[in-house]
Design a binder for this molecule. Sequence first.
Ligand code: FES
Ligand code: MG
Length: 596
Amino acid sequence: MTQRKITPDQLRSRWWFDNPEHPGTTALCIERYMNYGITLEELASGKPIIGICQSGSDLTPCNRHHIELVKRVKDGIRAAGGVPFEFPLHPIHENARRPTAALDRNLAYLGLVEVLHGYPLDGVVLTTGCDKTTPASLMAAATVNIPAIVLSGGPMLNGWRGADRVGSGTIIWELRKRLAAGDIDYAEFLARATDSAPSVGHCNTMGTASTMNSMAEALGMSLPGSAMIPAPYKERAMVAYDTGARIVDMVWEDLRPSDILIREAFENAIVVCSALGGSSNAPIHINAIARHSGIELSNDDWQALGHAIPLLANVMPAGAYLSEEFYRAGGVPAIVNELLGAGKLHGEVLTVNGRTLADNCAGRETQDPEVIRRYDNPLVEQAGFLNLKGNLFDSALMKTSVISADFRARFLSNPDDPNAFEGKVVVFDGSEDYHARIDDPALDIDEHTILVMRGAGPVGHPGGAEVVNMQPPEALIKRGIESLPCLGDGRQSGTSGSPSILNAAPEAATGGGLALLEDGDRLRVDLNRGEVRLLIDEAEIQARRERLEQQGGYRYPGHQTPWQEIQRTLVEPLDRGMTLAGATQYRDVARQSPPR
Ligand code: FES
Ligand code: MG
C-alpha cells in the first residue's frame, strides 16, 4: 500500500465535484457527468479522478490499439480505487499528416495543457506510440505538473520477407534506391514495404517512436521494462493494467513530473539514446521536454554527454535486428544496466514506480549479447551525436551511429585529417525542388558532391520537413553510388540510416547561413573539430548576406492554415526544441488550478 502524502479532501478534482463554497459549480459538474451513469459515490467520495489521454484513433494507426489497451488501464485504475476519464489527444500520425506530423506536436501539446489544467483531473495516463505523441504528452505533463505516467502502445511485431527482417521506415529508404536503380517496379516496392507492418503497433525499428518511448522509460516516466513490449503481446495489456493501478498511487503520493524530470534524468536520456542508436529527432524532443521542465538542455550537452557512448542496441537502422529481439534481450532495462555498470548514468533518480532507476534496472542483464551488447563489446564506439558548428550555422547534428565503413572510406579526402572531407555543393530549396531537379544532368552531381537541403526548418516548411537524407541521382545509383553526404536545415526520419548533417539552426528562413549557399560552393566538413565551413572569404559571405536582405530575405511558401501561421510566428529553432516562444515559461500550472 502506498504511503499517502495527500488526503482525499486535497484532491484537485474536489473543487469541481465536491465544493460547498461553490455549490453551483459542483451541481453543474456532477449532474452532467452523472447523466451517463457515473454515480455520485464515484465522483465525490474522495476517489482520484484519472484522465486517460487517448492518442489512438482511426487516423492514428500506430496508436489505434490503445482503444483496446485502455480497457485494461481502466481496470487497473478502478482496482486501485480511482475513476477513469478517457479523452482524446489531437491526432498525430507520422506517415499521413501533411505537411508534417511535427507541426502537430506543439498543437497537441497546447490542447493537452488546456485539458489537464481546465478539467477535474488528479492524475493522467499518457498513451503514446507514434513519434510525436510521446514528446507532446510529456511536454504537457511537464507544464501542468499533475501526477502523470506514460503507457507506450509498443512496437509492431517484426516484419519479414522470407528469412529477412523488414524494418519499418528503414525498408522504404532501401527500396527507393532499388526502385531508382530499376531493380524493382512500383508494385513490388509497395508489396515489400508493407511487409514491414505485420501487426498493430508503432514502427518496429529504432526510429523516433521506439526512441521516444525508450526515452520516456529512461527518464523515469513509464514503468520499468514497459517501453518496448511489442504491441500484440499479452505483457502489453498487463502493463496497461499496472500503469492504471500505479497512477492512482502516484496521486496519493503526490509524485509529480517535477520530481522525476530533473536535470540528471535528462542527462540519462542522452546517454541511453546514444547506446540505442536513437533517432535524430530525439534531441529536438528531449530538449523541448527539458525546457518545459525548466531545464536548459542544449545540443552541446548531447555531444558532451552522449558522443563518447558506444552503440549497444543492435537494432535497425544502426544495427541488424528489430524490436521483438530487442524486447526479448531485455529492452531498456538491459541497456540501462550496462550503462550503470560502466558508471555512465545517474542511478539515484526517481521513477514513476517510486523507486530509483538503479533499483529498477540494476542486475537486468542482457538476455542476448548479440542484440543488446555488453558495454565493452559494442557495435560502434563513440556512437552519439556530434554537434557541428561553423560559418553557416550555430548547431547541426550528425548521427554517428549510422556512419558506415563505406561512407568513412569514400570521404577520407585529406590524409592529414582522416575525419575531414571537402565537396562542392548542389543546393535544393525544399523537397519539391529536390524531386523536380535531382536527376537533371546539368547539376553535374558526382561522388564528391554534398547535397544541401534548405527551406526545410520549422519556419521554412511548417514543422520542419524530414527530407535531409536525400538520395543521389538515379544515374549515380546505377553506378553503385548509393549515398552522398547531405546537409540541411530540416530533419530526417529516425528510421533512416543516413549520416546526414541535419537540424541546422538557425534555418535559412530565419537568417541562417544556408540561405547564402550557391551551387558549386565548396564546403569542408571536419568531424574532429566539429566544424562545417563554407570555403569563401568573410567579405563574400557578407556581400551575399546584404544582397539577400535587399531582396527581402529567404523566400518560402505561404501559410495554408491558421495554425501554420501561428506556429511559424512563435516557433523556436530545432536546437532549442522547436518549442513555442513563451510557452516554456509556464511552470507548475496545476498548482494555479482551478482556473479563475
Ligand atoms: Fe507511426 Fe512510425 S509511423 S511510429
Ligand atoms: Mg518521421
